[in-house]
Design a binder for this molecule. Structure first.
Ligand SMILES: NC(=O)c1ccc[n+]([C@@H]2O[C@H](COP(=O)([O-])OP(=O)(O)OC[C@H]3O[C@@H](n4cnc5c(N)ncnc54)[C@H](O)[C@@H]3O)[C@@H](O)[C@H]2O)c1
Length: 289
């Protein structure tokens, strides 16, 4: 049986951990060949060992890559074409938390590091993938990881938040440029996803905090993001471009979420209609059960 990405060739950055790694495994399971670019040699080797166990080693390659360095990204993209003969998709996903703390304390080099890893990398991935895809002349898919932190303040440190907003808007801008070539350009904005980056070594604390703000009755996983990446890399998303696809279990839809959605939520324990300050009596009843 052929997979949804049968015979496609993809480059995935940050593929040695978290949602990138989950996407690598899923793309391979869907019939694609994958080149992983990551800075971490150890987790890269562990990922390749797992791929070997899964019997897909002949369709996978790992390259030590710093996504903030142009020569590295160019070589990574060239590796896909060199080893597997073509390129269909790049997923610019590698990332770090970057600069933290008050704006008054943030050093310029910390700010620049954050933007280099999170935004310069996406520019470089788009640039070098676009060159190859345009030359091939058969379209393709460029995917980048943004974040719900880029949709407003309060979802992450200031530099991270600004960088992820930049990823979403770079995606919109470049999608128009590449549409004539049938190259789709989209971003995935994850919500709270249980990965090493999110846990930062404090899994229980992080999960307890996040569970309060996510309406869906569990936190997100790398596989939730991988499923969206499969869609965006597949021919089924042929007419979808310039989008920032939010995968967040309802976090952004919930907005300020003042009342909560659980069984104790004050606006879900009662039913009826209030007439506010009109002087007309409200008609409120208890919800059974
Ligand atoms: N986990 C979340 O809740 C969440 C939410 C929204 C967005 N994101 C974003 O999702 C993406 C993946 O994060 P994750 O949660 O899977 O984290 P992760 O730490 O599990 O994986 C990130 C990977 O990126 C690699 N990486 C970091 N800097 C790199 C560089 N300069 N060059 C090459 N590789 C580098 C790391 O080595 C690691 O393997 C990131 O862009 C992150 O900002 C995560």
């Amino acid at each position: 049986m052929s997979g949804r990405l049968q015979d496609k060739v993809a480059v995935i950055t940050g593929g040695a951990s978290g949602m990138g790694q989950a996407t690598v495994y899923r793309f391979l399971a869907e019939g694609a060949s994958v080149v992983i670019g990551d800075l971490n040699v150890e987790t890269g080797a562990a990922t390749m060992a797992e791929i070997e166990k899964q019997g897909a080693a002949d369709r996978a390659a790992f390259m030590v890559t710093d996504v903030a360095e142009e020569a590295d990204v160019e070589a990574l993209v060239a590796c896909a074409a060199g080893k597997f003969g073509r390129l269909d998709c790049i997923y610019n996903n590698a990332g770090v938390g970057g600069a933290i703390g008050p704006i008054s304390e943030t050093r310029v080099e910390e700010w620049d590091f954050t933007f280099n890893v999170l935004v310069r990398s996406v520019f470089l991935g788009m640039k070098h993938a676009a060159r190859v895809l345009q030359d091939q002349g058969e379209g393709g898919s460029i995917i980048s990881t943004s974040s719900v932190a880029g949709l407003g303040g309060g979802g992450g440190p200031h530099a991270y938040s600004a960088a992820k907003a930049a990823v979403a808007n770079l995606t919109r801008a470049v999608s128009g440029e590449l549409a004539n070539y049938r190259i789709r350009v989209n971003a995935i904005a994850p919500g709270v996803i249980t990965t090493p980056l999110f846990h930062a070594g404090h899994a229980e604390k992080a999960e307890a905090m996040a569970t309060r703000i996510v309406p869906w009755p569990r936190l997100g996983t790398g596989e939730d993001i991988a499923a969206m990446a499969v869609y965006l890399a597949s021919d089924e998303s042929e007419y979808v471009t310039g989008q920032n696809m939010v995968v967040d279990g309802g976090v952004t839809a919930a907005g300020p979420n003042l009342w909560g959605y659980g069984p104790d939520s004050p606006i879900l324990r009662k039913s009826g209609v209030t007439h506010g300050s009109t002087g007309v009596d409200s008609d409120i009843r208890d919800v059974e059960g």
